[in-house]
Design a protein around this ligand. Structure first.
Ligand SMILES: Nc1nc2c(c(=O)[nH]1)N[C@@H](CN(C=O)c1ccc(C(=O)N[C@@H](CCC(=O)O)C(=O)O)cc1)CN2
Length: 286
């Protein structure tokens, strides 16, 4: 049966009347609201965030006309940033990976189980190691060598493969830094799993950094990718306890479970339009 839900995400300066304006607009146009969450932040004098799901069977306008009417009648008077999407429009997810398979496989398993409202359409890797694993899921695998010195050629090839063909890029332990120019073409549409509890231990080899620091927890962080390494808006995190008895490999072993689960949750929430980015932070209606 076709999924007839639409999702509306809004952020705007907080003031009385926002809920009434949105709900009365949707009511007037035949929408039936089936889920509604909101949050008001004290930042910047008050910022309002909401996520609504509504049924579209009785909407009295074509979707594009509904969006135009919302922009004029509601969004403009309340200075809203907003996005309206249809649940039936599944996002196309491309995954970039190097040699580690755990985060990638969790995504592929989640997708194959039907627990991801998206489709994994392509995997790109700078190594050949994971080709067989990826192709066993029926997903195309493309090898694109990459390195600090070959970055422009690699990213030109990746742009050919991705531009207009994917809605979200996921760096599933992809171990190459993506250039600011490449990132700029995918604003808030690249998710990375960093293998530490950011902001601690950015950059390469965070488990070695954590071991040398004598930490008592290790963590994983899923965040949107920005030009600044491992500094983008955090979407999801988790931690696990460690001790002096653990080696670097023990930290990595514990961390792998954290990484794969944290990334899967972040990707699922993005694909379900549950994330609003405000500045360098997120509001997640999970
Ligand atoms: N623009 C961004 N690119 C990438 C990010 C990011 O946040 N912004 N995250 C990384 C993943 N990552 C940590 O999570 C990470 C990966 C690799 C490196 C690194 O120093 N790589 C070296 C090469 C290492 C090698 O060849 O083995 C490099 O690219 O020069 C740091 C952090 C993914 N990209």
């Amino acid at each position: 049966m076709t999924d007839s839900r639409a999702i509306l995400l809004v952020q705007c300066p907080d003031r009385p009347g926002i809920v009434a304006a949105i709900s009365s607009f949707l009511f007037r146009h035949g929408a039936n609201i089936i889920d509604f969450e909101q949050h008001t932040s004290e930042d910047e004098g008050g910022v309002y965030f909401t996520r609504l799901e509504f049924q579209t069977e009785r909407i009295d306008l074509p979707l594009e006309d509904l969006k135009a009417a919302f922009a004029l009648d509601v969004a403009k008077p309340f200075a809203m940033e907003w996005r309206l999407t249809l649940a039936a429009e599944r996002k196309r997810v491309a995954v970039l990976v190097s040699k580690h398979d755990h985060a990638l496989l969790e995504l592929l398993w989640t997708w194959k189980r039907g627990d991801l409202r998206a489709d994994v359409s392509l995997v790109i890797s700078n190594h050949q190691d994971l080709r067989a694993s990826v192709e066993s899921f029926g997903v195309p695998f493309v090898h694109v060598p990459n390195s600090k010195d070959a970055r422009p050629e690699a990213e030109a090839r990746m742009a050919e493969l991705l531009d207009g063909k994917a809605d979200l890029l996921v760096l599933a332990r992809y171990m190459q830094i993506v250039s600011p120019e490449f990132v700029a073409r995918w604003p808030r549409r690249i998710i990375n799993i960093h293998h530490s509890f950011l902001p601690a231990f950015v950059g390469a080899d965070p488990y070695r950094q954590a071991y040398d620091r004598g930490v008592k927890i290790v963590g994983a962080t899923a965040h949107y990718v920005t030009a600044e390494l491992d500094a983008g808006p955090i979407i999801e995190q988790d931690v696990g306890r460690v001790s002096h008895r653990d080696s670097v490999d023990d930290l990595k072993h514990l961390g792998r479970d954290l990484e794969r689960r944290v990334l899967a949750r972040a990707v699922k929430w993005h694909c379900e339009d549950r994330i609003i980015v405000h500045g360098n932070k997120t509001v997640v209606f999970s």
